[in-house]
Design a protein around this ligand. Structure first.
Ligand code: PEP
Length: 251
């Protein structure tokens, strides 16, 4: 059966010392969270090694926020999946809407990145989600279906054991506007249906699908009560250990 996970995405926030303190605070507060709930923190690249030293050997897993679409070599400024793995990460986020919007992340690049992440023993949190214009035009199912299929059609049922999907409606990210639990559940169920068509019922049942978009302690319980919502990818609220752990206590 699939795992419930709460993953924090720190984005481009905190200095290294601040990040180390935040990781320590998350770790300390994590004692309150039932052992079966997965806790992941995704930090900037600069923070991975020192934060890995804080969380090594604990229940808190570490993620990068992105990785390169090339294995290694002359790609100045890029960070490879192998580097991320060697820094102590178990995960990387891929396809976050901010990367799609500001850094030209295409589904084609995401296929390459996902291949490299899996080949290097990383699990992937693959983000999908429509923007406001697409939602208002009633295209949200089509957009999410295309994003999901364009990437996942290149992977096998076995690969899916290392892939978590995060549905993040772009209009709800950092805006304070959360999708209602019913709006989120509708898309989560749709994604699970796509996985069933692509990989069969077992993979569909076993895949963790997170919701992301202005999730906080006050709305997490209603979202997580839905049968196809298996946790959250948390931006703003992950920068306060108390709020992040408050969300993880909402199952
Ligand atoms: C995110 O960026 O993944 C996110 C969900 O952000 P926020 O929680 O701040 O809306």
């Amino acid at each position: 059966m699939r795992k419930n996970i709460v993953a924090g995405n720190w984005k481009m926030n905190t200095t290294v010392p601040e990040g180390v303190e935040l990781a320590k605070a998350v770790l300390e507060a994590s004692a309150k969270v039932p052992a079966e709930v997965g806790l992941v923190i995704a930090t900037p690249f600069t923070h991975l090694c020192p934060v890995a030293a804080v969380v090594a050997g604990t229940r808190v897993e570490l993620s990068a926020e992105n990785c390169a679409d090339k294995e290694k070599g002359a790609y100045t400024g890029e960070v490879s999946a192998a580097m991320i793995k060697s820094a102590g990460c178990q995960y990387t986020i891929l396809g976050h809407s901010e990367r799609r919007q500001y850094y030209g992340e295409t589904d084609e690049k995401l296929v390459e990145k996902t291949k490299l992440a899996l080949a290097n023993g990383l699990k992937v949190i693959l983000c999908v989600g429509e923007n406001l214009e697409e939602r208002e035009a009633g295209k949200h199912f089509a957009v999410v279906e295309a994003q999901t299929k364009n990437v996942l059609s290149q992977f096998t049922a076995e690969d899916m054991a290392s892939i978590v999907i995060a549905y993040e409606p772009v209009w709800a990210i950092g805006t304070g506007k959360t999708a209602t639990a019913d709006q989120a559940e509708e898309i989560h169920a749709y994604i699970r249906g796509l996985l069933k068509d692509m990989f069969g019922a077992k993979v569909a049942d076993d895949t963790t699908i997170l919701y992301g978009g202005s999730c906080k302690p006050s709305n997490a319980a209603e979202l997580f009560a839905k049968s196809d919502i298996d946790g959250g990818l948390i931006g703003g609220a992950s920068l306060k250990a108390e709020d992040f752990i408050g969300i993880a206590l909402s199952f």
